[in-house]
Design a binder for this molecule. Structure first.
Ligand code: SF4
Length: 332
């Protein structure tokens, strides 16, 4: 099956204190129809910036993209004008965010906001759009769609607002849905409901989903593939089962070690914290950007950028260890 999204060698620079700062460097990944890809990493790893670059919503517009390509359904998105991108956004490519209040307009009812989207993108009459809006709310398991349609966003709970956002996002049957930390602000039971809704959307309509999160626990429940980002670079990509069970990159291993765990007696294991910080992209750096935090760093890591290694089964790692470079430093 052809990928619905193919991002190849994408690089992005934004103005920084010392001139243009490389925010994304040589990012490549693909997404098939009906697949859920988890994009993970700490804050500052470039996950959201990747989503904005795919949707051509970067500050500074297309000029920020300094290289690479974003192919959506075989069509190149880099270089498209704002007007051309508006034909994709909301219809073929939809986004949902961590805090729905930042996207929902507080002065309009849910009905007004949903019907406007459907009328614009689906060319429906207002009456038809109202029926479709109520159907979409039922699809996201809202029990009383008519009452919810008449509400203003502030009258709804956080979980209900996120369901409304998902309903709006799915109302035009997008081929690609980018979900940027959609469960982070929700309590655990509502998180589970939202995960279920996304799985349903993926299975029923074949929507390809990029699920951005720093929570590997949530990602492991939802995603069939995982892409691990670090400081604007791609550290590791592969099938979720392989990346979670046999991670190849020291950063992925560190992220997995930092997931809270409980022993059989219900006592929480001591939490592991990754030492150091994600580097500032405006600081010029050589070599592997994870080297200052990596327990396996070798001399070559500090001078050369690690090449991508294929581990088979579309599992790729950007690390010298996988190339079999001798450490020579006694670290095992
Ligand atoms: Fe660590 Fe070197 Fe691999 Fe970077 S390339 S993750 S510093 S071993």
């Amino acid at each position: 099956m052809e990928p619905i999204l193919q991002v190849s060698h994408l690089s992005v620079s934004l103005p920084g204190k010392n001139g243009p700062a490389p925010i994304l460097k040589d990012i490549s990944f693909s997404l098939k129809q009906g697949e859920i890809l988890g994009l993970v990493g700490e804050s500052g790893s470039g996950k959201s910036m990747t989503a904005f670059a795919v949707n051509q919503l970067l500050p500074g517009g297309g000029k920020s993209i300094t290289g690479g390509s974003v192919l959506f359904a075989g069509e190149e998105l880099t270089g498209k004008t704002e007007k051309q991108m508006q034909t994709f956004r909301g219809k073929d490519i939809a986004m949902i965010f961590q805090e729905p209040m930042t996207c929902l307009n507080p002065v309009f009812t849910v009905k007004r906001q949903m019907t406007d989207v459907i009328m614009i993108h689906e060319k429906r009459s207002r009456k038809e759009a109202e029926i479709q809006a109520a159907d979409m709310l039922k699809k996201v398991h809202i029990r009383d769609p008519e009452r919810t349609l008449s509400c203003y966003p502030y009258e709804l709970s956080g979980g209900m607002r996120q369901r409304v956002m998902i309903a709006i996002a799915l109302s035009c049957s997008p081929r690609l849905l980018i979900a940027d930390e959609p469960t982070t602000a929700l309590d655990v039971t509502v998180q589970a409901q939202i995960i279920f809704l996304l799985q349903e959307a993926c299975q029923e309509s074949g929507t390809g989903i990029i699920f951005i999160s720093h929570d590997l626990g949530v990602v492991s429940q939802l995603c069939s593939r995982i892409a691990v980002m670090y400081a604007g670079t791609m550290a590791e990509t592969g099938p979720a089962s392989e990346v979670l069970k046999a991670p190849g990159h020291p950063y992925t291993k560190a992220l997995l070690a930092a997931v809270p765990r409980f022993t059989s007696g219900g006592v929480r294991d001591r939490l592991y914290a990754i030492p150091g910080m994600v580097p500032d992209p405006s600081e010029i750096q050589r070599g592997c950007l994870f080297a200052p935090r990596c327990p396996h760093a070798m001399d070559i890591c500090r001078t050369e950028h690690p090449p991508i290694q294929n581990l088979g089964n579309q599992h790729q790692v950007s690390c010298f260890l996988e190339k079999g470079v001798s450490r020579g430093d006694g670290i095992s």
